[in-house]
Design a binder for this molecule. Structure first.
Ligand code: HEC
Length: 251
């Protein structure tokens, strides 16, 4: 019995040690959801680079136009390029659907392609910012690429032509007598069409859009929250003065 408990405890420890070894530093995403110009740029990147596979089926195109101050003509020029299943042009009020079917996704990637409407809420902006910047070469993966924050991911690095190619820097360590190899960093070995700063800014706009997408009302919510707090402070002062006035003869 003692042996069994010891084995279980030891194996738990080694699993934790392994997981901790691969811990990745995640920078905080430099985004500002009140910057609607950045959200607008991000929306365009999203349509251009992501919607071939993913959809955001809880969002309508014209909601983005309304929130970012785009006209219908701008919306058509920047974000709407496709037709629906019947071959009719997409309407400005349509949901942001992709043509990829679950069957095709299964065939191509061996898994489903998740909807991205709420992805920023599920994963957080910082994770997304890291995910889109930390694809690296791995010849053992079907796409030739792996990801530091999403190990063995099925998604190809669709932004590689912009970012360039990153190679992993490995570190080997002895842990409880076992040799463990893990990635400690990434190095750019082939430049893409953008510099690292340009690419980071591109991804920041994209993530900013995805954060907006996950909660389009958030700017209104925040500004309403501040107004309510200011009202409560003013109300507190008035109520306090009134209380003083009422009780001044009693005390
Ligand atoms: C060629 C198809 C394809 C394109 C284009 C694509 N993706 Fe993906 N993406 C996938 C697949 C497949 C997965 C599922 C990966 C898995 O489960 O291993 C995925 C997963 C993801 C995830 C992880 C979702 C989660 O929480 O598990 C995010 C985030 C994501 N993609 C963002 C993007 C963004 C942003 C773009 C545009 C820059 C993009 N993808 C373009 C195929 C694609």
């Amino acid at each position: 019995m003692k042996n069994i408990i010891l084995t279980i405890t030891l194996s738990l420890f080694s699993v934790t040690a392994f997981a901790a070894g691969g811990a990745v530093h995640i920078d905080s995403a430099p985004i500002d959801t009140s910057d609607m110009e950045s959200v607008k740029r991000g929306a365009k990147h999203f349509v251009d680079y992501c919607m071939g596979c993913h959809q955001a089926e809880y969002m309508r195109y014209n909601r983005i136009a309304r929130d970012t101050g785009m006209t219908e003509a701008e919306l058509r020029e920047n974000l709407i390029f496709t037709t629906n299943k019947k071959g009719e042009p997409i309407k400005v009020g349509d949901l942001m659907k992709s043509a990829m079917t679950p069957e095709y996704a299964e065939l191509a990637f061996g898994t489903e392609v998740p909807d991205l409407t709420l992805s920023a809420r599920a994963r957080g902006a910082d994770w997304l910012y890291a995910y889109l910047r930390k694809f690296y070469i791995d010849p053992y993966r079907p796409t030739g690429m792996n990801n530091l924050v999403f190990p063995d991911v099925a998604m190809p690095h669709v932004l590689q032509s912009l970012q360039g190619t990153l190679e992993p820097i490995y570190k080997t360590e002895m842990r409880q007598g076992v040799e463990v190899e893990y990635v400690v960093g990434l190095e750019l070995i082939k430049a893409g069409s953008m510099t690292t700063e340009e690419y980071n800014a591109f991804v920041a706009d994209l993530v900013n859009f995805m954060v907006y997408l996950a909660e389009p009302i958030q700017n209104e919510r925040k500004s309403l929250g501040i107004k309510v707090l200011i009202f409560l402070v003013v109300f507190f002062v008035l109520a306090y003065m009134l209380k003083k006035e009422y009780w001044k003869d009693v005390h």
